[in-house]
Design a protein around this ligand. Structure first.
Ligand code: PGA
Length: 248
């Protein structure tokens, strides 16, 4: 399967910072990785239009970090799927652990957001992952299965156009990466759940996220069920992000 490497800028950036980062990414010629890996970046909403315009022709796609379940209306502060597709946005991250914890997003809300993204021509990147306490209590599979099941139930048979990102919460921004074996084990579990739910899910890309860096990316991406990465901190440095994309 072709790899997918996505940068999640989170709430970082400014117009000047973004311009410099984009120049660095363009200079790294990530379009050249195109036969092996697709690359995308997910800036904050306010910069999406500008970043999408700046990346035109570079071969790097743009994604959002969230999307509303509503298509339009009186929902102050929300951003709707049609607005994102209107800007040329391709992906929408949904259910990132920071949104699940700081914004108390439920499994069902995340699933509804995935459905809304699909309805408006966006590819949802559905994040799942366990906390350290859950891993230590041997709950990893139960937690990711529950998070994934809401999406499976809500989307019905139509699983062919989603991306799933396994992001163990304890590995996000902590410098503690899941070992390639730990990540592979959960990815194989997710793959099995997806294919059991629908034949159309066999080709769903499964990304790993959580302290992916240039020096651990190749080993992670070499695992049979790891189809790419969702990159946080390292996506803010052009050289690091480019190195990770090249590792794919
Ligand atoms: P990190 O973040 O690479 O900084 O750990 C990953 C993510 O949260 O998507």
């Amino acid at each position: 399967m072709k790899k997918l490497v996505v940068g999640n800028w989170k709430m970082h950036g400014s117009r000047a910072f973004n311009a410099e980062l984009i120049n660095g990414l363009k200079a790294a010629d990530l379009g050249a990785t195109a036969p092996r890996a697709s690359v995308a970046v997910c800036p904050p909403f306010v910069y999406l239009g500008e970043v999408a315009a700046a990346l035109q022709g570079s071969g790097i796609a743009v994604g959002s970090q969230d999307v509303s379940v509503q298509a339009q209306g009186a929902y102050t502060g929300e951003v709707a799927g049609p607005m994102l597709s209107d800007l040329g946005v391709k992906y929408a991250i949904v259910g990132h652990s920071e949104r699940r914890s700081y914004h108390t997003e439920s499994d069902q809300l995340v699933a509804d957001k995935a459905k809304a993204a699909l309805a408006h021509g966006l590819t949802p990147i559905v994040c799942v992952g366990e906390t350290l306490a859950e891993r230590e209590a041997d709950q990893t599979e139960a937690v990711v299965a529950r998070q994934l099941q809401a999406v499976i139930d809500t989307l019905g048979g139509d699983l062919s156009r989603i991306v799933v990102a396994y992001e163990p919460v304890w590995a996000i921004g902590t410098g503690k990466t899941a070992s390639p074996e730990q990540a592979q084990a959960v990815h194989a579990f997710l793959r099995a759940r997806l294919t059991a739910a629908s034949a159309s899910a066999a080709s769903v890309p499964l990304l790993y996220g959580g302290s992916v860096k240039p020096d651990n990316a190749a080993q992670l991406f070499a695992q049979p069920d790891i189809d790419g990465g969702l990159i946080g901190g390292a996506a803010l440095k052009a050289a690091d992000f480019a190195a990770i994309a090249r590792a794919a």
